[in-house]
Design a protein around this ligand. Structure first.
Ligand SMILES: Cc1ncc(COP(=O)(O)O)c(C=O)c1O
Length: 386
């Protein structure tokens, strides 16, 4: 059976070139980068190149990057590490559509005595900078708003939000786990103080991420130990993962325009075809939106059931985010854009990549249309009572 992978907002396949770049560090160059001998030097040199490669993509200094295990760890380090270093400031501001790595960290800090403000979004998932302007005050330590949403792909006005945070002396952090490699992110130009990213969303390995921390930004380490990563993230480094991250980042940014043109064209074909189904609706704005994301709902069709049936047809998709897939409650993102329980529960997320082809879209269109129709027909069929 043909397999069509449309869950690229959950994770992506490891690209061949990225795997090739990692292999020497899984096999012969297995040294600890802190060791003084030749194997240690090889590992340290590879980490240096990777740090420089990621720094080029963000327009920052290599010394401003901390390698971590994941986007989740980067978010925790930025928010909790920022809060621990904040001195007298006790307020945090975030948005209602953040990933749980951000929202749960903020709520945890609120339980520890920090004050938390969660800004609303409009029906497409966009934040209005005027809402931040109204809520912010000089006791805010950190504003954290994502670059691109992981469920409905909405892009946020980072430049405007960062400027408002700066006016009030607050740090501005962005969770760019979905946006990095899929949209231009020049941290100097945008005025960003901290930015989280994760390799597995851009055809790199799982278990490798990074946090950009602008020089001089106050952040305390969450772990204590050997002093690696400037003391912010002590642990023996995941050298193959870091090498893979550097390669995947360079490829993603170098090929961003071509990849975005490709995925946007196929995404629009998919979206336009699916919106022809009776009772199909787009969730989120059509623009500004990640080029690779489509999110729809089909009246009267259970999203979880649809995802499971599509899996049997070889079409691999999801309802909302991978982390919320096993939760019985609807995605907080879909609630935040005003969908009721039934609407949120009838949703389908489709995430494309540069590997997606026109034939994949043809197969998905046919399978989704047929499955939605047969699920509705089965509901209408009432067996005669005996
Ligand atoms: C927006 C966003 N933030 C954070 C994360 C967590 O990243 P990781 O899986 O690397 O921990 C994800 C992953 O789904 C995400 O989409």
């Amino acid at each position: 059976m043909r397999r069509v992978y449309l869950d690229n907002n959950a994770t992506t396949c490891l690209d061949e070139e990225v795997l090739d770049s990692m292999m020497p560090f899984l096999r012969q160059s297995y040294g600890n980068p802190s060791s003084l001998h030749r194997l240690g030097d090889e590992a340290a040199a590879a980490m240096r190149s990777s740090r420089e490669a990621v720094a080029r993509t963000l327009n920052c200094y290599p010394s401003e990057l901390v390698f971590t295990s994941s986007g989740t760890e980067s978010d925790n380090m930025a928010i909790t590490g920022g809060a621990l270093a904040a001195g007298g400031r006790r307020r945090l501001i975030t948005s209602a559509v953040e990933h749980s790595a951000v929202l749960d960290t903020c709520h945890h800090l609120a339980a520890e005595g920090f004050e938390l403000t969660v800004l609303p979004v409009d029906e497409g998932g966009s934040l209005d900078p005027a809402d931040l302007e109204r809520e912010i005050s000089d006791d805010v330590l950190l504003v954290t708003v994502m670059a691109a949403n992981n469920v409905i792909g909405t892009l946020q006005p980072l430049r405007e939000l960062a400027a408002i945070a700066a006016e009030h002396g607050a740090l501005f952090h962005t969770d760019a786990v979905q946006g990095y490699g899929r949209m231009p992110l020049d941290v100097r130009d945008l005025g960003i103080d901290m930015l989280s990213l994760s390799a597995h969303k851009l055809h790199g390995p799982k278990g490798a991420g990074a946090l950009y921390v602008k020089e001089g930004s106050p952040v305390r380490p969450l772990m204590h130990g050997g002093g690696q990563e400037g003391g912010l993230r002590p642990a023996t480094e995941n050298v193959p993962g870091i090498v893979g991250l550097g390669k995947a980042a360079a490829l993603a940014v170098e090929n961003m325009d071509a990849r975005n043109r490709h995925t946007a064209r196929l995404r629009d074909r998919l979206l336009d075809g699916l919106l022809e189904i009776d009772g199909a609706h787009l969730n989120g704005h059509r623009s500004p939106r990640l080029a690779n994301n489509a999110h729809l709902r089909f009246d009267g069709v259970g999203g979880t059931d649809l995802v499971l049936r599509l899996s049997d047809e070889g079409v691999l998709a999801s309802t909302a985010s991978a982390c919320s897939a096993s939760s019985p409650s609807p995605s907080h993102v879909l609630s935040a854009i005003g969908l009721d329980w039934g609407q949120a529960e009838s949703s389908l997320r489709l995430g494309l990549s540069h590997h997606t082809s026109d034939e994949d879209v043809d197969h998905a269109l046919e399978a989704i249309t047929r499955t939605v129709t047969s699920m509705r027909d089965a509901k209408r069929f009432n067996p005669p009572s005996a």
